[in-house]
Design a protein around this ligand. Structure first.
Ligand code: SF4
Ligand code: SF4
Length: 346
């Protein structure tokens, strides 16, 4: 596992344009736009913005091998209070039912709890994307109770239920700490039938391959997590690793980039393409800029120039009329059963 982010190692690969050039350099039979066109999906447009995904910044307590954010303890980017307030103003004045909070580790943001409280006070469904290990730091050990009190839906990353596979991707000892956190979440009601407190786990392949069937993996995970560790949860989301940032670094170092991208492109599924998350989600960067999704955000691909560029200029109708900016990394969302922030889409 790298000790620090690409950015702090000052690698050229930290720059989005260098990442895009590597992806564009792979020989593929079809371009993403061509396949969309063949299936009547070009230009790709939103159906309705039902989720505002707010990325609070790149600061994280971990430095996972597969991180598409290039997050880590060495990053400093964080959303300002003014931009957070502007996000809340937009939520209050629109009928966006879901607020999806991500990072980095969003809990490390000084105004994280305030944001959750405000969004819940507005009656919105709040999703928090949690890496689990953060809940084991002394200053954050009360978060399970806070989440339960405010009815926050939790989407927690855990690459695999086998300790070795999780630790290989996220660092030594990650699995044990994640398990402690999951047990404390279960204790306050998360993942327990009838509690109304939803707990989803997010699994991703530990290697250069596509995830297996989400439905069968969910059955296996639920059985094994309970049998081996006594932990229960509601859903398993299987996501495809996106060939950007630190996972791209690993693909390049291991000589897997060409074959991985070709595998993603070869597994293009039009049903998954029709259901990509950018059709229902708008992503806000830590500096307030708007993106079609968190992946485009990390590649510095803002929403198309005709659309409002910043949360300060949010205008629902104009944003719902925009064309979504797609590039070859989008094959990561449309391969096989598809992949989104809620797992498989097809
Ligand atoms: S994958 Fe998640 S937990 Fe790991 S470094 Fe990135 S943001 Fe942090
Ligand atoms: S990477 Fe983003 S823009 Fe591309 S298909 Fe996936 S969600 Fe949409």
């Amino acid at each position: 596992m790298p000790a620090t982010s690409l950015a702090s190692r000052r690698l050229p690969l930290a720059q989005p344009r260098v990442q895009l050039a590597h992806i564009d350099g792979v020989s593929l039979d079809h371009e993403f736009e061509t396949l969309l066109e063949q299936h009547g999906l070009w230009p790709l447009t939103p159906t309705r913005i039902s989720t505002l995904q707010i990325n609070l910044g790149r600061v994280c307590n971990m430095t996972c091998l597969h991180c598409h954010v290039d997050a880590g303890p060495d990053r400093r980017e964080a959303m300002s209070r003014a931009t957070l307030q502007r996000c809340l103003d937009v939520i209050a004045s629109s009928d966006t039912p879901t607020v999806d909070i991500t990072g980095g580790a969003p809990e490390l943001h000084p105004q994280f709890r305030w944001l959750v409280q405000q969004a819940r006070a507005l009656g919105r469904n709040v999703i928090n994307r949690c890496n689990l290990t953060i809940l084991e730091y002394p200053a954050y050990q009360d978060l399970p109770a806070f989440f339960a009190q405010h009815g926050v839906e939790l989407v927690c990353s855990l690459p695999h239920y086998r300790p070795l596979l999780t630790d290989r991707q996220r660092g030594e000892g990650t699995f044990e700490r994640s398990l402690l956190a999951l047990r404390r979440l279960n204790q306050v009601g998360y993942g327990k039938a009838g509690s109304g407190l939803r707990l989803a786990l997010v699994a991703n392949p530990v290697g250069a391959f596509l995830p297996s069937s989400q439905a069968s993996l969910e059955r296996e995970w639920k059985r094994e997590m309970f049998r081996l560790y006594g932990v229960s949860f509601d859903s398993l989301y299987c996501i495809t690793n996106m060939p950007i940032a630190r996972y791209l670094e690993w693909l390049l170092q291991s000589g897997n980039l060409d074959s991985y991208l070709q595998r993603l492109a070869g597994a293009f599924n039009p049903t998954a393409a029709a259901a990509v998350m950018c059709r229902t989600t708008l992503s806000v960067g830590w500096d307030g800029r708007l993106y079609d999704c968190d992946f485009n955000q990390m590649l510095d691909l803002g929403v198309e120039p005709k659309a409002p560029q910043h949360i300060d200029a949010f205008e629902r109708a104009a944003l719902e009329a925009r064309r979504i900016v797609v590039r070859r990394h989008c094959f990561g969302c449309t391969a096989g059963a598809g992949s989104s922030c809620a797992g498989a889409t097809a």
